[in-house]
Design a protein around this ligand. Structure first.
Ligand SMILES: Cc1cc2nc3c(=O)[nH]c(=O)nc-3n(C[C@H](O)[C@H](O)[C@H](O)COP(=O)(O)OP(=O)(O)OC[C@H]3O[C@@H](n4cnc5c(N)ncnc54)[C@H](O)[C@@H]3O)c2cc1C
Length: 410
């Protein structure tokens, strides 16, 4: 693949005008979330299908390139704006919000760590062609232990220096069938220890997927998180140069936890909206009284505020640390980002449960405007996406060696 396509930079001025004319990333995502993702959410969930209508709209609004730098034709959006977009989309459909989050996480890795011509060329294509990026970190042999790989990058002796092959037993690749590029973790060489990993960027022409399992899950059904045998080849330039351990600490882990959490916040916010609508309807039926279930609504609202507060604090902390590999790679930052995910993934389920208790049977049934079954099933995936117990046992080990911080609020 070539580097930045001819004329790409000439088109940038026009793209910048487009971005200004159509309003902010979050504002456009709000419209798509409320008007398109929400309309198709039940069908996406029922049929376990990719939310194609929402992604057609995201492409039309050029939101898949939101994080790509403006000089490559993208929106140059901040993490805050993209987090707000994930939240807005997940309010309408949890799967749409999660796919969008997973895509933007991969884009963030490219933007922060992909400086060569190949990577810049792909970023320009993401903006111009609105490519969708997937991820293959989970491996059948290692499960959620994504900091160890069995598969390895192998120099392709027959094809000559500078080319590699890679085969991975990827037990989960969300929307693999729809992905235009996939970022894959692997050992640096066949002789490397399992933790000496790199992140390999593959575009559609570089890989072949053979489906091994189908995604028929309790929730997040529209993510189509099938299992695949992935076989790929490419040029060495496609491999991000920073060791995955550092790349994960500085970008992949914090951005993942912030964007996943923002998606879960959207699910929780929609559950609270439904509970509020139920309580208001009850109040209209019995004027002059406060419905008894309003107490549960207050409880759900308090937990929702807690979620918002920890996510906003994490985004500020990330933005303050950006540009300082020392801060980003430090244990206090790692602990803050790990516990963010654990906290929000537990809270989303608690908020949805409190909303169900608010609505009673109207929330439990699948056929009312207050139905919360899909929200509860989607919310249950949160604690499993890299198991909370796995994360907490890692944090517990970190805390043994971590010193008290000396900064404000430490
Ligand atoms: C909706 C969804 C989409 C996903 N999309 C993708 C994707 O696109 N690409 C991708 O690569 N992966 C994806 N995943 C997989 C995800 O990233 C995790 O790898 C996966 O959820 C972990 O699966 P597991 O519970 O089987 O694995 P394991 O990590 O093996 O965990 C099994 C159980 O053991 C517990 N456990 C493990 N280690 C410890 C420990 N040290 N202490 C205590 N308990 C422990 C865990 O908490 C868990 O309960 C997705 C998952 C979901 C739910």
């Amino acid at each position: 693949m070539s580097a930045v396509p001819a004329g790409a930079t000439d088109r940038v001025a026009g793209k910048a005008a487009d971005w200004a004319a159509h309003g902010g990333v979050a504002a456009r995502a709000r419209v798509i979330g409320a008007e398109i993702a929400a309309r198709h959410a039940d069908a996406v969930d029922r049929d376990g299908r990719f939310p194609a209508e929402a992604f057609d709209a995201l492409r039309a609004e050029r939101l898949l390139g939101a994080m790509v730098p403006a000089e490559l034709g993208g929106g140059g959006a901040s993490l805050f704006e993209v987090a707000a977009a994930c939240h807005a989309l997940a309010r309408g459909c949890g799967s749409t919000g999660m796919i969008h989050a997973m895509h933007q996480i991969q884009v963030a890795c490219l933007v922060n760590h992909g400086g060569n011509g190949w990577h810049r060329g792909l970023m320009a294509r993401i903006a111009a062609e609105q490519l969708l990026l997937g991820s293959a970190t989970t491996e059948a042999e290692t499960g959620g232990d994504i900091r160890n790989s069995v598969c390895a990058v192998t120099v392709d002796q027959e094809a000559g220096a500078g080319r590699f092959t890679l085969a991975k037993n990827a037990s989960v690749i969300s929307y693999g069938d729809q992905s235009d590029a996939i970022l894959v973790t692997a050992r640096r060489t066949p002789d490397s220890p399992s933790s000496d990993q790199v992140l390999v960027v593959l575009s559609r022409d570089d890989f072949r997927l053979e489906k091994t399992t189908l995604w028929d899950a309790m929730g997040m059904r529209g993510t189509c998180s099938d299992g695949y045998r992935l076989e790929a080849s490419g040029v060495i330039d496609q491999i991000l140069p920073l060791p995955y351990a550092d790349l994960s600490a500085q970008t992949m882990l914090p951005v993942t936890h912030i964007l996943w959490s923002s998606c879960w916040l959207g699910i929780a916010a929609d559950a609270v909206s439904r509970a509020r609508a139920f309580v208001r309807a009850e109040a209209r039926r019995k004027p002059g009284t406060t419905p008894a279930s309003a107490v549960r609504l207050a409880e759900a609202t308090a937990k929702l505020q807690q979620m918002k507060a920890v996510i906003l604090a994490a985004i500020s902390r990330y933005e303050l640390a950006c540009g300082s590999p020392e801060l980003l790679s430090g244990l206090p930052f790692a602990t803050a980002m790990a516990t963010l995910k654990v906290t929000t993934s537990e809270l989303v389920r608690e908020v949805v449960e409190a909303a169900i208790r608010t609505c009673g049977l109207a929330g439990y049934r699948n056929d009312t405007p207050y139905s919360l079954g899909r929200h509860l099933r989607d919310a249950h995936s949160a604690a499993l996406m890299i198991g909370n117990d796995r994360i907490m046992s890692h944090v517990a080990t970190q805390l043994l060696v971590q010193r008290d911080g000396s900064g404000p609020f430490e």
